[in-house]
Design a protein around this ligand. Structure first.
Ligand SMILES: NC(=O)c1ccc[n+]([C@@H]2O[C@H](COP(=O)([O-])OP(=O)(O)OC[C@H]3O[C@@H](n4cnc5c(N)ncnc54)[C@H](O)[C@@H]3O)[C@@H](O)[C@H]2O)c1
Length: 442
């Protein structure tokens, strides 16, 4: 099939590349000329394991193309995917301006019947708005071209996106037209070798809702466990033990019950907020979803609070090493990362930060911590420790799991670790003479 993917970000680039890998001919479109020019030269704009070789292979095979022109690439296209951003609007709702702009452009340039797919995360009712926007443009051109708008939300995880896309737990297709559903089934069939049970078809509104509910459910698990961690500290319990105690119950399970510094990233914060807005706009007061968000906002500052409790309100003259800036491992994405909030708080109190992250340092320096003179970046995690008063761990990259603690003790002014991801064993830290602070255990 000939596919056009509009929006070449995490989702657009990964899905376009994976569809090309399965033998489709794909053109990824973006308004960002720099990004497209770089991709044409083989420069991949994001870090995602396995993505680069797959992009290069498909470009070489002529199955993957990049362009800034939607108009030039709709002619032979069977399916157009809308994969542009849906950032948080001022009132917390999803900002649909990019999605609707693309819909408008499709209507302006469409020449033949096709399926238009909402892959961006969009609130219930967006497919209707996309349909309306396309129809309006067709009417202005006096054209009567058949098209169907399908919802196909994306569930990939940054850091494991290729695996998630190539071997999906499920693919959700929301469609009100049998023909469009069949086209989507054929497109996804190669991703399900043995059975198509994991391709779940439903009506458009339920598909749109499913994506928000999945993210809100995962965010709820995280906030629940973080709240439990805070209570554990007050009552003298160890959340690490409690986690194992409850996770062993198959009804609960182990995933997403790790206590930490709160969730970040491009999806959970904005999607939880957007679901809350949708509920409110429909006259419902979403108490649980509101609490999930409140708990998370507070949780992002728990480690900074522990630093202040240990060193005092005024951190002038103190140096802290931060290991991990990305919102999670295996990505360079820093959107809404707890590191942003914690580092800013410590800098405001006068501290200097020695930062190290395997992949996210450019993002930090050029965007998220831009202009913060108190932050210095290091190429090695051990160099970053030199002459610091404590190490603060904020992203659970594998290379931080089992560091050389003797080297760490040698480099730090005092052997103190604040662990925002509960990566180390409390007793071992004590035995090594390291003053160790973690989440959910005092
Ligand atoms: N990042 C994730 O892990 C993830 C996972 C699942 C779903 N989603 C959802 O997918 C959508 C895209 O997310 P993302 O992380 O890929 O965003 P992103 O910001 O990485 O990429 C969006 C891209 O769209 C481009 N764009 C904007 N307007 C355009 C236009 N008119 N024409 C062409 N390109 C245009 C931007 O230049 C940008 O490159 C969002 O709705 C997001 O919530 C993201």
């Amino acid at each position: 099939m000939n596919l056009t993917v509009i929006g070449t970000g995490y989702v657009g680039l990964v899905s376009g590349t994976c569809f090309a890998e399965m033998g489709n001919t794909v053109t990824c479109i973006d308004v960002d000329e720099n990004k497209i020019n770089n991709l044409k030269k083989g420069v991949i704009p994001i870090y995602e394991p396995g993505l680069e070789p797959m992009v290069l292979r498909n470009v070489k095979n002529n199955t993957l193309h990049f362009s800034t022109s939607l108009k030039d690439n709709l002619e032979d296209c069977n399916i157009a995917f809308i994969a542009v951003g849906t950032p948080m609007g001022e009132d917390g709702s999803a900002d649909l301006q990019y999605v609707l702009q693309v819909a408008k452009e499709i209507g302006q340039h469409m020449t033949h019947p096709m399926v238009i797919v909402d892959k961006s995360t969009v609130p219930v009712g967006t497919a209707d708005k996309v349909r309306e926007a396309i129809k309006n443009e067709l009417q202005q051109r006096n054209k009567d071209i058949e098209f169907h708008v399908v919802s196909n939300p994306e569930f990939l995880k940054e850091g494991d996106a290729i695996n998630d896309f190539m071997k999906p737990d499920r693919v959700v297709v929301g469609s009100d037209d049998e023909g469009a559903s069949k086209i989507m089934r054929n497109l996804y069939a190669p991703f399900f070798r043995s059975s198509m049970d994991r391709l779940i078809t439903m009506d458009v509104r339920s598909a749109e809702m499913t994506k928000y509910v999945a993210n809100a459910m995962l965010a709820t698990k995280i906030s629940f466990m973080n709240e439990i961690a805070n209570i554990c500290e007050l009552v003298g319990a160890d959340v690490n033990k409690v986690r194992i105690g409850i996770g062993s119950d198959s009804r609960i399970g182990y995933s997403f019950i790790y206590p930490g510094s709160g969730y970040g990233g491009s999806c959970f914060p904005k999607d939880v907020k957007a679901l809350k807005r949708t509920a409110q706009e429909n006259g419902y007061d979403p108490k649980l979803i509101t609490a999930v968000e409140d708990v998370n906002d507070k949780q992002k500052m728990v480690i900074a609070k522990k630093v202040v409790e240990r060193f005092g309100e005024d951190l002038m003259g103190m140096v802290f090493t931060v290991w991990g800036l990305a919102f999670k491992p295996q990505t360079d994405d820093m959107r809404e990362a707890p590191a942003i909030y914690i580092i800013k708080e410590l800098c405001e109190r006068g501290a200097k930060i020695h930062a190290y992250d395997p992949k996210a340092m450019l993002e930090a320096e050029h965007f998220y911590l831009k202009g913060l003179e108190n932050v210095v970046y290091f190429d090695s995690k051990y160099e970053a420790l030199k002459d610091a008063d404590a190490m603060i761990l904020l992203t659970e990259w594998k290379e931080f799991r089992s560091p050389d603690f003797e080297e760490l003790k040698k480099q730090l002014r005092q052997p103190i670790i604040f662990d925002g991801r509960n990566q180390y064993d409390y007793l071992s830290m004590q035995n090594m003479g390291i003053e160790y602070f973690q989440i959910g255990k005092k």
